[in-house]
Design a protein around this ligand. Structure first.
Ligand SMILES: Cc1ncc(COP(=O)(O)O)c(C=O)c1O
Length: 365
C-alpha cells in the first residue's frame, strides 16, 4: 500500500502506473465512465481509411458535422455549436456569461466550479440530500434561486450520484430561472446511457427557453475521449454567435470532425451499448441491493455511487486493495459533500463486472 493518500480521476492511468507499478494496459478501468464496448469497429475502419483528412484544414463552420448532430438530436442546425470536447464548451459558455455568482447542484463534476473560479466568479452549491438518496427537491431548489445568481449548473444525469431529473421538472426550474434572469447550463454527457432518455433530455426545451444551454459529448457513450469532440445546443442565436466570436477557429481537428460526421448514425453500436448498460445496471443493482454492508443509490446511467457501511473499511483502502488486483474504481471522497465512505464505479462488460463484484464481496461482506 502507498503511504500517502493519492486521489485519481478516471483518466489518471499514467499516475497509477508510476505509483503502483502496474502497466496501464493491464488495468480494468471502472473509473472512467466510458462505454466498455470501446470505439465502434465500423468507425475505426472508416477513420483508418480517411486519415488523409488531416492534410487539410477542417471546414471552419463544421457544416457537415453540425448537420449530423442536428439529425441526431432532432434540433435546428442553427442551435448547434461544436467544441474540443464538452470541456471547451463548458469553458466558453461560462466565459461568455462571466458569472459573479453561480449555483451548482452538487455533489457533482468539479470542472464547472474551476471554470467559474478562473473567470473570477464565486460558486455556491445547492446540496443534494443524502437522506433523499441525492434526488432533487424542485421546490426547495427554487427557494435557493435568488435574484443575485447569474447561472445555475446542472449535471443531468449527475456525476457521481447517477441520479437524473426529468425534463418536466427541468421545465419548472427553467420557468423560475427565466423570471429571475438566471442562465441554466445542463451537462448531458451521460444521458444516452439512461433507460428513459426521452424523458430526461432537455434538448427539446431549447426551442422554448432562451436562457438554456445544453452540453453534450462523445467521450463516454462513443468511447472516444481522445478524439476531443463535444457540442452545445442553445435556442438563443445571440448566445451561439457570441460564443462563436470568442472561440478560436479549428479547435476540432479534421479527423475528429470526420468521425463526428460518421458516428451518430451507427444504429447497431448505439443499440448494443444501450442494451448492455441496461442489462448490467439491473443485474448489478439487484445484486448489491441485497448486501448489508453498503448502501447503493439507484443508478440511472452507466455508473453507480455506493456508500460503505462497514466500520473498518473506507474508499481509500478499498481503492488500494482493488488497484493491487488491477481493478480501478473511483474513490469518491474528493467530491463536495461526500466523504471517505463513498466510491463510484462504471458498468463494464459482464465478465468484468462479475470480477469486480466478487472482489467487492470479499472486501465488504
Ligand atoms: C459530467 C462530465 N462532463 C464533462 C466531462 C468531460 O467530457 P469531455 O471529454 O467531452 O470534455 C466529464 C468527464 O469525466 C464528465 O464527467
Amino acid at each position: 500500500m502507498s503511504n500517502t493518500k493519492n486521489h485519481f480521476h478516471g483518466s489518471d492511468l499514467e499516475k497509477i502506473e508510476s505509483i503502483y507499478n502496474i502497466k496501464k494496459e493491464e488495468i480494468i478501468n471502472y473509473s472512467g465512465n466510458v462505454n466498455p464496448l470501446g470505439v465502434s469497429k465500423k468507425l475505426l475502419a472508416k477513420l483508418s481509411n480517411h486519415v488523409d483528412v488531416i492534410g487539410s484544414y477542417p471546414d471552419r463552420d463544421y457544416t457537415a458535422l453540425k448537420e449530423q448532430i442536428s439529425n441526431y438530436t432532432g434540433t435546428d442546425f442553427n442551435s448547434i455549436i461544436v467544441g474540443n470536447g464538452s470541456t471547451e464548451l463548458i469553458s466558453l459558455f461560462i466565459s461568455m456569461i462571466n458569472p459573479k455568482k453561480a449555483l451548482i447542484i452538487g455533489p457533482t463534476y468539479s470542472e464547472y466550479e474551476r471554470e467559474i473560479f478562473l473567470g473570477g466568479g464565486s460558486s455556491h452549491y445547492y446540496r443534494l440530500k443524502e437522506e433523499l438518496d441525492f434526488n432533487l427537491e424542485i421546490e426547495h431548489l427554487k427557494n435557493n434561486l435568488t435574484d443575485d445568481i447569474d447561472i445555475l449548473v446542472i449535471c443531468n444525469p449527475n456525476n457521481p450520484t447517477s441520479t437524473s431529473i426529468y425534463s418536466e421538472d427541468i421545465r419548472k426550474i427553467l420557468d423560475h430561472c427565466k423570471e429571475k434572469d438566471i442562465y441554466v447550463m445542463i451537462d448531458e454527457t451521460y444521458v444516452e446511457f439512461t433507460k428513459e432518455m426521452d424523458k430526461i433530455t432537455s434538448v427539446g426545451l431549447t426551442k422554448y427557453y432562451n436562457n438554456l444551454f445544453i452540453i453534450r459529448g462523445i467521450s463516454k457513450f462513443y468511447a472516444a475521449p481522445g478524439l476531443r469532440l463535444g457540442y452545445g445546443i442553445c435556442g438563443n442565436k445571440e448566445i451561439i454567435s457570441k460564443i462563436n466570436s470568442l472561440k478560436n477557429p479549428w479547435t476540432i481537428n479534421s479527423l475528429a470532425s470526420y468521425a463526428g460526421e460518421e458516428m451518430f448514425n451507427d444504429e447497431q453500436y448505439i443499440q448494443e451499448t444501450r442494451d448492455l448498460i441496461s442489462t448490467e445496471r439491473d443485474k448489478i443493482y439487484n445484486t448489491l441491493v441485497t448486501w448489508n454492508n453498503i448502501k447503493i443509490y439507484t443508478p440511472t446511467t452507466n455508473f453507480v455511487l455506493i456508500k460503505i457501511l462497514k466500520e473498518d473499511m473506507d474508499s481509500h483502502k478499498l481503492f488500494e486493495h482493488l488497484i493491487n488486483k488491477k481493478l480501478m474504481i473511483r474513490d469518491a471522497s474528493t467530491f463536495p459533500f461526500l466523504n471517505s465512505k463513498f466510491f463510484r464505479f462504471c458498468f463494464m462488460k459482464p465478465e468484468e463486472n462479475e470480477m469486480l463484484l466478487n472482489e467487492l464481496y470479499t472486501l465488504l461482506k
